[in-house]
Design a protein around this ligand. Structure first.
Ligand SMILES: *Cc1c(COP(=O)(O)O)cnc(C)c1O
Length: 390
């Protein structure tokens, strides 16, 4: 099926699928071959060339979702991030990177770029000046991530695109937190859209994968690099991911709705100090989020009152599970101070706005009421143990 303009659930369910001409089965057959006949194909089919029938099928769905010409699957989000950055950055080049990006991407840049002779600067804040001040004559790429982790800050994509066009840069965005359902960066001119498909695209906490959507010209450059480094995804996982993505819009919309309810409820709670959710009018980037997003995601963060112990609170939760990852149909919670930002001093964390009582909440598809009951009983138990009057 050609990726023409269709409704979001139709794209998720059908676009890209491989027709089962032999048996007329309802879903794309799984082709596990790592060896294909070589006649009639300009580029030989091979899993590491990213062109097996299942890889191409899911690539078409991702392209349609992001309204880009082509999509490609990777073995992980980081395989996608690293392939995109390293295909456009050569020795002597420079990249401007948003300061509060995903920890894995930060580590990749800080630990690997020097040996390739690639220099980088992190933006100062998220304003136009904060990015523009870091662009120099060697800059080739501008790289952003919005909403960002864990405070759900929003970067103005129209502004980033203008900067990129004015300076001849390739613009890249990690669109993982939004998912293609809540944000389509191509609408604002962003060149390369990257996902950790481990998160909303997979959605069931059982797949590790990455995805990229871009123009054919940009993807040729990425493909040339990626076929040499070999970060392809197994066809079985590609096939499972296609299955997951059929329900992505339904899942994500349910998570958006739940998260908004939870954000409002937490915001009004006397034991919660602050809630960070771009769908709340009190969020500092609410207007921008409203302008460029179609939904506010299932991700939010909140701070307990400082006298409450976040570790004890998390221990008391029964339904909401502690988890390093996010975006599954099950609700999970994480303390950035203990995990993603554990290597920073409390002062350095505070400078980034991350208090030790901050908790990142990935809201699932359970009934919001049940999530509220779980949080209420955990808060009650902690206040009792700590002998804090409610
Ligand atoms: C998880 C994540 C990644 C990395 O993806 P993996 O699939 O774990 O390699 C990149 N960016 C963001 C925003 C993420 O949440």
């Amino acid at each position: 099926m050609k990726p023409k303009k269709r409704g979001i659930n139709t794209i998720c369910t059908h676009v890209g699928e491989v027709a089962d001409t032999q048996f007329k089965g309802a879903v794309s057959p799984l082709f596990m071959s790592s060896s294909y006949a070589y006649e009639d194909v300009a580029v030989k089919r091979y899993p590491r060339y990213f062109n097996t029938p299942n890889q191409e099928a899911l690539g078409r769905k991702i392209a349609a979702l992001e309204e880009k010409e082509v999509g490609m699957l990777f073995g992980s989000g980081m395989a996608a991030v690293s392939a995109c950055l390293l295909s456009f950055l050569h020795q002597g080049d420079h990249v401007v990177v948003q300061h509060d990006i995903y920890g894995g991407t930060y580590n990749f840049i800080v630990e690997e770029f020097e040996k390739y002779g690639i220099s980088y600067d992190f933006s100062e804040g998220l304003s136009q000046e904060g990015f523009a001040a870091k662009i120099n004559e060697r800059t080739k790429v501008i790289y952003v991530e919005t909403p960002s982790n864990p405070l759900m800050r929003i970067v103005d994509l129209e502004m980033i695109n203008e900067l990129a066009k004015a300076h001849g840069l390739v613009s890249m965005i990690d669109n993982t937190f939004a998912s293609p359902i809540n944000q389509r960066p191509g609408d604002f001119g962003m060149d390369i859209v990257i996902h950790s498909a481990t998160k909303y695209m997979g959605g069931h906490s059982d797949i590790c994968a990455g995805a990229v959507a871009a123009s054919e010209a940009h993807m040729d450059t990425i493909w040339n690099f990626a076929k040499n480094t070999g970060g392809s995804l197994s066809d079985y996982t590609v096939w499972l991911l296609e299955r997951s993505m059929k329900t992505m819009a339904i899942r994500v919309k349910a998570q958006n709705k739940n998260a908004k309810r939870m954000a409002k409820w937490l915001d009004a709670h006397s034991l919660i100090k602050k809630v960070y959710y771009p769908g709340l009018k009190s969020h500092s980037n609410y207007a921008l989020a409203k302008k460029q997003m179609k939904g506010y995601t299932g991700m939010l963060s909140f701070e307990l009152l400082p006298e409450l112990d976040p570790k004890k609170f998390m221990k008391q939760l029964q339904l909401i599970k502690p988890s390093m990852s996010l975006a599954g149909v099950e609700s999970t919670i994480l303390s950035p101070a203990e995990t993603s930002h554990a290597l920073l001093t409390p002062e350095a964390r505070a400078a980034q706005g991350i208090s030790d009582g901050l908790l990142r909440f990935s809201v699932g598809i359970e009934e919001a009421k049940d999530l509220q009951v779980d949080i209420s009983q955990a808060l009650e138990s902690v206040t009792k143990r700590q002998k804090i009057a409610l």
